[in-house]
Design a protein around this ligand. Structure first.
Ligand code: LLP
Length: 403
């Protein structure tokens, strides 16, 4: 498809995010088809990209949602996700979040500690409801990914150990207000190797078998998210191999398979467009200063993550440049030593594969307005989030200003 990115930049201003909805659809159907013949539900991890239109697009295709705050649950509901397809995970939930989740009657609350289970039981009792729960098991498997996005080791704060999980299931099974119907693990993000997933599935499937032996019937087997994508030249997980391994490890268990992909659904579908303000050279370095900053896309600064960067429709000999933003931090960069042609004021630069954990991690640091978000679907572009204004940013402060 021939897309005139310059025209989009003129129409929407810069910086902006562009998401290819056809690509998202493709990802969803590829994964869903790979589960063919199995009972399955794909719970899109809303944190990866929580734009309402993105969630709605996936909801129309049949996706559920994996949420980590009541705000995300509300987004999922507002976007049209069926309440019985929503799960609420996370290590720390406030009582009011638990209460709201129970009132919304979503599919599952995923619990990560004994103390949390007791709170959920208490809130459910107050409401006179039974809470459907799953327990996040920490299988102590090294996912072989970046330490910041690795979550399945005992040194990480997530989930509970197998023995503790078993004790919790026994307790929950006896409780009038808890109904343990699911089991969950999530060992990390941007996984490129299937072996840790296979091992974790095996460990957790064994736990399901031992629970069945004591008449605790687990219906939902949730393998979390984590499927890695290609940012550079990674060789990553194939959807069919992924689902086959999961199906294989659970083949004797009559369970519905749940997974929670975030990045896989949206990362490669998105790009961040920013315009060149100017170039600056010192004795040893060439800097390209653009109008987007780390507040818009923090992955390079936070994780040293690689995103391919290109100039749009600019010819010329390429030399290495650091692509940096206007934020007053040395960590405000999108790429270092990026081969780029000579660039002029207003030339357009694209940062690829920015659809996941891009806008959703954006902030207003330096009182910078959050960028616009644009969808591309069937060859047509449309705004799905307007650029913030200064007024949007001060709205909650202004009423309290005393001069
Ligand atoms: N389920 C749970 C319980 C999670 O904690 C996560 C991500 C997911 C699903 C979705 O994982 P995915 O399929 O997207 O890998 N900000 C980091 C990623 C943090 C991931 C946190 N948890 C980044 O930009 O790389």
């Amino acid at each position: 498809m021939d897309i005139n990115y310059q025209a989009l930049a003129d129409k929407y201003g810069t910086p902006f995010y562009l998401y290819d909805f056809d690509h998202i659809q493709n990802r969803y159907t590829t994964l869903k088809d790979a589960f063919a013949g199995k009972k399955s539900l794909i719970n899109y991890a809303v944190k990866a990209n929580s734009n309402l239109s993105v969630i709605a697009h996936l909801a129309k295709l049949g996706a559920g949602a994996d949420c980590v705050s009541i705000g995300e649950v509300q987004r999922a509901l507002d976007a049209g996700v069926d309440k019985y397809k929503i799960i609420f995970s996370g290590v720390g939930k406030r009582d009011d979040e638990i209460r709201a989740a129970l009132e919304y009657d979503i599919l599952l609350l995923n619990l990560e500690s004994e103390a949390e289970m007791k709170r959920v039981e208490m809130v459910a009792k107050e409401l006179g409801k039974e809470a459907r729960i799953s327990i996040r098991v920490n299988p102590n498997i090294d996912p072989q990914t970046h330490p910041y996005i690795s979550t399945g080791l005992h040194e990480n704060k997530f989930g509970v150990e197998i023995d503790m999980a078993k004790r919790m299931y026994i307790y929950a099974n006896k409780s009038e207000y808890l109904n343990p119907v699911g089991i969950h693990f999530h060992i990390g993000s941007q996984l490129t190797n299937l072996e840790p997933i296979r091992e974790s599935c095996g460990i957790v499937a064994d736990l399901v078998r031992s629970l069945r032996a004591i008449k605790i019937d687990i219906k939902f087997f949730d393998v979390g998210g984590g499927i890695g994508v290609v940012y550079d030249d990674e060789v990553t997980i194939d959807a069919t191999a992924y689902t086959q391994i999961i199906a294989n490890e659970t083949k004797d268990l009559d369970v519905t398979l749940l997974c929670e992909p975030g990045r896989y659904m949206v990362a490669n579908a998105g790009a961040f467009f920013t315009r060149v303000l100017y170039e600056k050279n010192n004795e040893s370095k060439r800097f390209v200063i653009v109008d987007g900053g780390m507040n818009d896309l923090i992955r390079p600064s936070l994780y040293d993550a690689y995103h391919r960067i290109e100039a749009v429709m600019v010819e010329g000999e390429k030399t290495p440049a650091d692509v940096v933003g206007p934020v007053c931090e040395s960590g405000d960069f999108f790429g270092k030593n990026v081969p780029l042609p000579p660039l002029q004021h207003n030339d357009l630069v694209v940062v690829h594969s920015a659809g996941a954990y891009g806008f959703s991690m954006a902030s207003n640091y330096n009182t910078r307005a959050k960028s616009a978000e644009v969808a591309l679907q069937d060859g047509k572009d449309r705004l799905i989030r307007a650029r913030e204004t200064y007024e949007d940013q001060i709205r909650l402060e202004l009423p309290y200003l005393q001069k």
